[in-house]
Every structure is written in structure tokens, then in C-alpha cells.
Design a protein around this ligand. Structure first.
Ligand code: A2P
Length: 386
């Protein structure tokens, strides 16, 4: 899939998207599930994509195409720079429209997937929601708003039921962490979490990606404050007064909100590494209750959305190159933390643009439609400003 017309970087991004390895197994199983869903679904929905020309926006289109949502029509929005661009999608040609205060009028849009940055979301998500559109926002703008559910469908899908027009998609590094933490929290009660992340440059968008490419040619970085090629930067997003970065505090606060436990003790160190796609995380967890390591591994391998890859004798463990373009979260190096009464160490890897962004957002949309279809949620829910 690619965009025609003006705009720098398009062919480059197309090449990047095409470079992902195919995953036929999950593709076909998704197709079967989608077909079943299609057969069962009566209504078809109108879906808008805001930021459709961006890195995550384009991945939205790819994931929507793969998952075949029960959609009647799509509307693609971006800035004035992209207005008029043609985009082949779903076997049709779509024209990108400029995002404006009136652009949603007269279109009968049901759901809008936003990934155009926090500033755009802060302004335009309420405008869309007031028109009865349910916004699923990938930016940080609304994540910690108490009235906005922060959702990972494998973890807290029920939170979707209390939305008032805006739903938030968590930060990429939080999403892949809470997927394995949820089944462990349910069984053993998590007391404390220590996150150490190894995050891909694509998390910093095309500019981050280009800095690593430039570095391989011996050129200076433009996005990062230091070279990323042959280097690690313990610096993701801005530094705060407490000495942590915003990225680290997102992991702390979002984990507490998603697991519904504000008392959880959590600390984090987030590091950018010279990897193009997929974030890796070392997660150290301390529990209230005792556990058997085999039971814990079983719990993880049976949990939705997780693939356990853990056979160190054969050098098998999760790695970014294997997680790229996959929707699952890969967990390995599962071993007891022998320094505490009840603790475990995990190594967790996932594609930051798919499960960490586009796939999770589309999964929220699928759950929402499911709730509407089953009558668990009325579509007339409106944005409330209180
Ligand atoms: P555009 O391509 O027209 O600039 P990324 O995170 O990869 O940079 O993508 C950001 C996305 O958000 C792009 O689709 C970009 O559109 C869109 N965007 C950025 N600023 C605005 C804005 N003020 N209004 C609408 N869309 C915007």
C-alpha cells in the first residue's frame, strides 16, 4: 500500500512496510475469524482515520485491511499538506481530506481512529465526539483523563463500556508489558514492577528511523541528541523534574490505570537502542503470593495474545527481528528472581507499531463494534464535558 502524490518520504516508507516478513499463519487464522465475524455482523460502520498519512496511520490502513472490519465506508484525514493525495485502500481509491472543525459534518462516521499527535487529539477528539463519533486515540492527550478508558483488549476490554466518546490507546511500551502482567496479577497479586526497556527507533517516527539509517552511513543524527548507531540512549521523550523521562512515567501511570491498581509500586528506565522495529523489555516482578514456576509459565502460555518462546538450551528467546510485523506479545527468559521471596524476571518483545499502536487501536474498535452488536453498549453514548 502506498500513497500517490506529493509528500517526502512516501516511497521510503512503502519500502519499509514491504520489508516486514509475511506471517501466513496468523494472517489466515485472522482471516477465518474475520469471516466468521462478518457473517455474524448485521450493521456496517463508517470509519475515519485521522493522521492517515503518518507512520501509525498507514499501519492502521494495513491492519484494517487485514482484519476486514464490518465497515461501510472509510474517510482519511491529515493536515492541509496532504489534502488531495490519493490513497489506494481496500481495492478502491480514497482521497485524503484536510482535518478541520467541520470535516466530520454530514459523513455519518461511527468511529475515528486518531494518530496525528497529542495537540491534534486534544483539539479535534472532542469535536468528533460531540458529533457522536467514538474516538480511539493513539496519542498521549487523553490517556490519564479519569473519564477516558485506557484499553488493552486482552487486559481490560470491559473498560470500553464506560466510555463517553473518547477511548485511549496506551503507550507502546505499556501495552506489551501489561499483556503478560495481567494474568500474573490475577493469580499472584503484583506488589512491585521494575521495567527496563530497549526501544526501537521507529517509536520516534520516521525521523528516528532515519537517524539510525544515517548512522549506518556515518552521518550525524537529526532527531536524537546523540548518535543512535552503535549506541544506546537512556533518554526517551522529555526529562521531568523528578529525573525520570515522560516515557518512564507513562509506563508507571498507565500500568496502574490499566490494571486498576493505583497502589502498585513501579519504576522504569526507558532506553532507545539501535533496532528498527520492536521494543524489548526486561520486566522484574515481585508478587504478594507464592508461585510455582511451571504454573506461571502455563498461565502465560494460555493467556490471550501471548506467545511463549523460552528454550534457552536451543538459544530460543524472543527477539525484535522475529516480533516485527506480528500482533502477538512474545515472552521468554522466564526465571525466578532468587533475590526476593516471590519474584520473576521476564523478557518481553512486541512490534511497537503494530501491537504497540495500530493493532491495539483496531482491536479496541473491534471490541466496541462487538459490544454494540451484542447490545451491551448503546451507540448513542455521547461525549460529556463534565
Ligand atoms: P501530514 O502527513 O499531512 O503532515 P507521523 O507521526 O508519522 O509524523 O504522522 C503524523 C500524522 O498526523 C500525519 O498523517 C500528519 O499529516 C498528521 N498531522 C500532523 N499535524 C496535523 C494537523 N495539524 N492536522 C491534521 N493532521 C495532522
Amino acid at each position: 500500500m502506498f500513497f500517490e502524490g506529493a509528500g517526502s518520504g512516501d516511497p521510503e516508507l512503502f519500502a519499509l512496510l514491504s520489508a516486514y516478513p509475511d506471517n501466513e499463519v496468523s494472517f489466515y487464522s485472522n482471516m477465518q475469524k474475520d469471516r466468521k465475524r462478518e457473517e455474524m455482523t448485521l450493521k456496517r460502520y463508517n470509519i475515519a482515520i485521522v493522521g492517515a498519512t503518518g507512520m501509525v496511520g498507514r499501519k492502521f490502513l494495513q491492519v484494517l485491511q487485514e482484519r476486514k472490519l464490518p465497515a461501510e465506508n472509510y474517510y482519511l484525514f491529515a493536515s492541509a499538506r496532504s489534502a488531495g493525495k490519493k490513497c489506494p485502500f481496500m481495492g478502491r481509491e480514497f482521497t485524503v481530506e484536510e482535518l478541520t472543525e467541520t470535516c466530520f459534518d454530514g459523513k455519518d462516521i461511527d468511529i475515528a481512529l486518531f494518530s496525528a499527535g497529542a495537540e491534534v487529539s486534544r483539539k479535534f477528539a472532542p469535536i468528533a465526539a460531540e458529533k457522536g463519533i467514538v474516538v480511539i486515540d493513539n496519542s498521549s492527550a487523553w490517556r490519564m483523563d479519569p473519564g477516558v478508558p485506557l484499553v488493552v483488549p486482552e487486559v481490560n476490554p470491559q473498560d470500553i463500556l464506560r466510555h463517553h466518546g473518547i477511548l485511549a490507546n496506551p503507550n507502546c511500551s505499556t501495552i506489551q508489558a501489561v499483556v503478560p502482567l495481567k494474568p500474573l496479577h490475577d493469580r499472584y497479586r503484583i506488589k512491585r514492577i521494575v521495567y527496563s526497556t530497549y526501544q526501537a527507533v521507529s517509536g520516534a517516527g520516521m525521523q528516528g528511523y532515519s537517524d539510525l539509517e544515517r548512522g549506518t552511513r556515518g552521518e550525524a543524527p537529526k532527531k536524537f541528541p546523540h548518535p543512535i548507531f552503535g549506541n544506546c540512549l537512556p533518554h526517551i521523550d522529555d526529562f521531568l523534574e523528578n529525573g525520570y523521562t515522560k516515557e518512564e512515567m507513562k509506563m508507571v501511570n498507565e500500568t496502574r490505570k490499566i490494571l486498576g491498581d493505583p497502589s502498585l509500586a513501579i519504576t522504569a528506565t526507558a532506553v532507545r537502542v539501535p533496532v528498527f522495529y520492536s521494543h524489548s523489555e526486561s520486566i522484574n516482578v515481585e508478587f504478594e503470593r507464592k508461585f510455582e514456576l511451571d504454573d506461571l509459565k502455563q498461565a502465560l502460555s494460555h493467556a490471550e495474545g501471548i506467545v511463549v518462546v523460552d528454550d534457552p538450551t536451543k538459544c530460543r528467546y524472543p527477539m525484535p527481528i522475529n516480533a516485527a510485523d506480528r500482533d502477538e506479545v512474545f515472552v521468554g527468559r522466564i526465571r525466578r528472581d532468587e533475590s526476593v521471596d516471590s519474584g520473576v524476571n521476564l523478557w518481553v518483545v512486541a512490534d511497537n507499531i503494530r501491537k504497540g499502536a495500530a493493532t491495539n487501536t483496531v482491536q479496541i474498535a473491534q471490541r466496541l463494534m462487538d459490544y454494540w452488536e451484542k447490545g451491551k453498549l448503546k451507540q448513542e453514548n455521547r461525549w460529556q464535558t463534565d
